[in-house]
Design a binder for this molecule. Structure first.
Ligand code: SIN
Length: 532
């Protein structure tokens, strides 16, 4: 058994920021499924939204966030996050994060513009903002003796006692296939989202909803899982694995065009290319279906090569690898699953409905994003909630570790990696999610998905109980669980709002509600506090 004051699961911006703070007060076990760098944060291109310009105001950032969230944001939480943003940004800069300035000698940030923002307010490090932040956080984490990093360690399930108290997790050591018990006074889930539930996603392979699925199985409240954000512009190329073409490219004037060169966004929104992502993704999907085409073009040829290479060096280089010179060629793009606005329901301190268990970052549903996240608010949410959870957790450190019985370890641990290959089920779930739980849903699609997901989920749970646990089986069980949560939440919502569009209920209801699922209490609607 490995004991520490804190157990942090996940190594994106939220987990690493939390670990850095927590290590000043206690010992931290930080576990991550692959290497530290493997997280969605490392791929984030656009940046971090934060009011820094004197022509901008907190009120405007709040207003844009609420407008994007389509009536489901928790206004009080949004206001707090927006106001705390400058302090959290300062902390990042103090540990070495460098955001791009207007020019070499300037103190002013070069602010990016993205969909749904009424002002330029996105701090960025070129077009590799997440990678810059992740690199700096990792180098700081590695300096702390109080933090022990466990790479290639996959959390299987949380350990709870009868009083709904979480005291740790069962974790698979990927390298020797041994199960280990990690015990801690404070447990923090920072496992990111679950883009891999869908066939096409901008997310890395590790994004299999582990935090959400573990918390759900443990009985935590899970909220708003129907709100899956599709990023409108991922590179259309069978080898590019849905490489993201940052929204910041549209912020700099890129135009969406059909194959015949026509613009179309003015039919869908007065904000055109810079409308919130739900609107842009639906517009692209509508046009593609109407024309039976596979992609649209993103055209930034109005900008000079010099500008593009300077501002979007990573995207420019990646496109060139696939034979596209952004300065003279249009980029074929298509929407892909990008971000989960729902997740483990948390309060303002990151506390879940399970005692001693915190959830922060994309894995959580904090009320910030409502029915559709505003661009570049996610890295911000990660650092703000890491700070809030850390401050709240300090009071828990004086307790003793609770007792864990051997019999609580019920997982099949034969130490032999499972020989079962789950490709068929893996593929089927991801295709089902793409086809039936995608940008446009209908009652018929949801019912079809339900039939298959119920069967698959039963089969997978049975395999999991019978066969020795492996990384593949853990991830498969988790994406199946997430698919079921998306489906059940989507079936509960009898309206269209933000990212959830059901053609059989095309309108938004006047009352806003969250959908909350809980394995013990069955499913419940909760009327809510949205934008009071
Ligand atoms: C992007 O650069 O378009 C992604 C940023 C985000 O998801 O907020």
């Amino acid at each position: 058994m490995i004991k520490s004051d804190y157990l942090v699961i996940g190594s994106g911006i939220a987990g690493l920021s939390f670990a850095l703070k927590a290590a000043k007060c206690g010992t931290v076990s930080l576990i991550t499924k692959r290497e530290l760098f493997d997280s969605s944060t490392g791929r984030a291109q656009g940046g971090v939204a934060c009011v820094t310009d004197k022509m901008d105001t907190f009120e405007e950032h709040v207003c844009d966030t609420l407008a994007s969230g389509a009536g489901l944001c928790n206004k009080e939480m949004v206001e707090k996050m927006v106001k705390e943003a400058p302090s959290r940004i300062k902390e990042l800069m103090n540990i070495g994060v460098k955001f791009t300035k207007k020019d070499e000698f300037s103190f002013e940030f070069d602010l990016g513009l993205e969909g749904g923002h009424s002002k330029r307010r996105v701090l960025h490090a070129g077009d590799v903002t997440g990678a810059e932040i992740e690199k700096v956080l990792i180098s700081n984490v590695c300096k702390f003796e109080n933090i022990t990093v466990y790479e290639e360690h996959t959390a299987v399930d949380l350990i709870l006692d009868d009083n709904n108290f979480c005291s740790g997790a069962h974790v698979l050591n990927n390298e020797n296939n041994e199960l280990e018990v990690f015990q801690a006074k404070v447990v923090v889930l920072a496992c990111g989202g679950s883009g891999k539930t869908y066939l096409y996603t901008s997310n890395p392979d590790v994004a299999t909803g582990d935090g959400i699925a573990m918390a759900y199985r443990a009985g935590a409240d899970i909220a708003n899982m129907e709100f899956v954000q599709f990023h409108p512009t991922c590179l259309y190329n069978s080898e590019a694995k849905s490489f993201l073409i940052s929204e910041a490219v549209r912020g700099e004037g890129a135009i969406l065009r059909l194959k015949n060169g026509e613009q179309f966004m003015d039919k869908y929104s007065s904000q055109k290319e810079l409308a919130p992502r739900d609107i842009v993704s639906r517009a692209i999907d509508t046009e593609l279906k109407a024309r039976r085409e596979n992609f649209v073009y993103l055209d930034i040829t109005s900008k000079s090569r010099d500008f593009l290479v300077r501002r979007f060096s990573n995207i420019y280089a990646k496109c060139l690898e696939y034979g596209i010179d952004m300065a003279k060629d249009m980029i074929p793009v298509i929407p892909a699953a990008h971000f989960f606005c729902g997740g483990i329901n948390i309060d303002e301190h990151g506390r879940t409905s399970i005692e001693n268990l915190y959830a922060i970052g994309e894995t959580a549903c904090s009320g910030i994003h409502g029915a559709n996240r505003l661009a570049s608010n996610s890295l911000l949410e990660g650092i703000v909630y890491a700070d809030r959870a850390y401050k709240d957790s300090l009071k828990l450190l004086n307790r003793q570790h609770s007792r864990i019985n051997d019999c609580e370890n019920k997982i099949n641990n034969s130490k032999k990696p499972s020989q079962i290959v789950f490709m068929q089920e893996w593929e089927e779930i991801r295709r089902l999610a793409w086809g039936y739980l995608g940008i446009y849903r209908s009652n018929e699609k949801l019912l079809k998905a339900k039939k298959r997901i119920d069967i698959l989920k039963n089969e997978i749970d049975k395999y999991f109980a019978d066969a020795p646990v492996s990384v593949d089986s853990i991830e498969l069980r988790n994406i199946a669980c997430v698919a079921e949560l998306i489906l059940r939440s989507a079936m509960l919502r009898k309206e269209s709002r933000g990212l959830h569009f059901n053609v059989d209920y095309p309108f938004m209801l006047s009352e806003a509600y969250n959908t909350i699922l809980n394995i013990n209490r069955k499913e419940t609607f909760t009327r809510l506090t949205a934008e009071e």
